[in-house]
Design a binder for this molecule. Structure first.
Ligand code: BGC
Length: 426
């Protein structure tokens, strides 16, 4: 649970031009966002850059250089080079979607890498100066105004257009949520003596829930995923529900069934492709769950095409059921995270903004999550869902820009909680 120094919701009338950098997992995205005068309106231009896999497990210097390269390309493409020298430094919101301890809004000490990242020399260090050094070297007209988590961005971006939003979630490669707390209820910031009812967004980092394995029953496949990951013992909850792991869970079960000779599963087939770890991603399961045909012919084609396996009808049926189980467990556990926040904050009705590939693309995820939320929170049978999880606004773009805007605004108004360098902010 990390305090974020995002001190309240936007009112929809924030304005100005901001840059946003989104380092999520799969891609790197640079955006320029103009928050317009009209309530909740904005313009955005953006470019996506592939995040090469080697970078995720490489050296820290290469990562920061690559990021600065992408920002430089973006700025040079969208602004006249002559203008660059005269441009005021544009405030930038950096969405760094990993657990970070923040003593200031523009600082963040990486607690640990998640989602398969394993870059040396970053854990335990403040990522802001590493990022800023390459930006300064290239003399890019940028100042880092806020380092944010994708969930906080999602919460704030969604609240910009919908004032009933109370929670921002990501159900994607990783999973997590953020919500607004009162400073008085956050022991970690008690020493700051802030007004107890002042709001502060909390990044829950609930992907790390139950790292001690006291609560959730784990299957042998969950244990293998954890043990073979770059950080065994970390992100226990995330490893059961996030997109990065769903395909791998499925693969591990199939390999186990095959290797257990008494099952005669895929017997006589060459399963060498299936033996490769992380060869299936969650879109493979999505396609199986989406197969509209009774005889699962599309699933059969998929196995032939991707894995060179000719599956028999009962094998296909088992695969479908297995995908359903994995997808349903993920959706139901995801709903537990949302329900936990609602119970803690005694929220009886609200909107929850959600983003991420699993939420947006995995079939039935939303409906299964909604059913689970209803069961956990025990709503009346005929009662319309008082809490619903909806597709969020772009948190890592618009959300990051809004947080930069909100930070500058509150510094000007004299609220300096979590602000290190007042002059540099305004
Ligand atoms: C990270 C969180 C992030 C989530 C979703 C997790 O692995 O620890 O900080 O919010 O992924 O991207």
């Amino acid at each position: 649970m990390n305090p974020t120094w995002v001190m309240g919701f936007p009112n929809g009338y924030e304005t100005g031009t901001y840059l946003a950098l989104d380092m999520g997992g799969t891609n790197l995205r640079v955006c320029e966002i103009i928050l317009l005068e009209e309530k909740g309106e904005f313009d955005i231009i953006q470019s996506k850059y592939r995040m090469p896999d080697e970078l995720k497990t490489g050296e820290s210097e290469e990562l920061w250089e690559y990021i600065a390269d992408c920002i430089q390309q973006f700025i040079e493409y969208h602004h006249e080079v002559e203008d660059l020298q005269h441009l005021d430094k544009i405030p930038l919101g950096f969405t760094f979607s990993f657990p970070a301890t923040q003593t200031y809004i523009d600082k963040g000490v990486l607690q640990r890498w998640t989602k398969g990242f394993d870059i040396k020399g970053v854990e335990g260090k403040d990522v802001a100066p590493m990022f800023e050094a390459d930006i300064a070297r290239r003399k890019l007209p940028i100042r880092l105004s806020a380092l944010i988590n994708d969930t906080t961005g999602t919460l704030i971006a969604s609240a910009y257009t919908d004032d009933t939003m109370r929670i921002g979630c990501i159900f994607g490669t990783g999973c997590n949520a953020a919500y607004m707390e009162n400073c008085g209820s956050v022991p970690k910031i008690a020493s700051y003596n802030l007004p107890p009812d002042m709001p502060i967004a909390i990044n829950c980092e609930y992907g790390a829930f139950d790292n001690e394995h006291y609560v959730l029953p784990r299957t042998p496949y969950d244990i293998i995923i954890d043990e073979d990951s770059p950080r065994p013992g970390q992100q226990a909850f995330e490893k059961m529900i996030a997109g990065l792991y769903l395909g791998e869970l499925f693969r591990l079960v199939l390999v186990d069934l095959h290797d257990n000779k008494s099952c005669e599963f895929f017997s006589g087939q060459d399963i060498s492709r299936l033996r490769k770890a992380y060869t299936l991603d969650s879109s493979f399961l999505s396609m199986i769950e989406e197969d509209p045909f009774e005889n699962l012919s599309e699933t059969g084609d998929l196995f032939r095409r991707e894995l060179h396996i000719r599956a028999k009808q009962p094998e296909l049926e088992l695969c479908r059921r297995l995908a359903e189980l994995i997808g349903t467990r993920a959706a139901r556990l995801s709903a537990c995270g949302v329900a936990a926040i609602c119970i803690k904050k005694d929220i009886k009705s609200c909107h929850v903004g959600a983003d991420g590939s699993v939420f947006n693309k995995y079939p039935h995820f939303k409906a299964r999550g909604a059913v689970a939320l209803r069961e956990i929170l025990d709503w009346e049978k005929d009662q319309k869902d008082p809490i619903s999880i909806l597709a969020a606004e772009d948190g890592s773009g618009v959300g990051a820009a809004l947080i930069a805007a909100l930070t500058i605004k509150r510094v000007k108004e004299g609220n300096l909680a979590g602000i290190r360098n007042v002059e540099g902010m305004i």
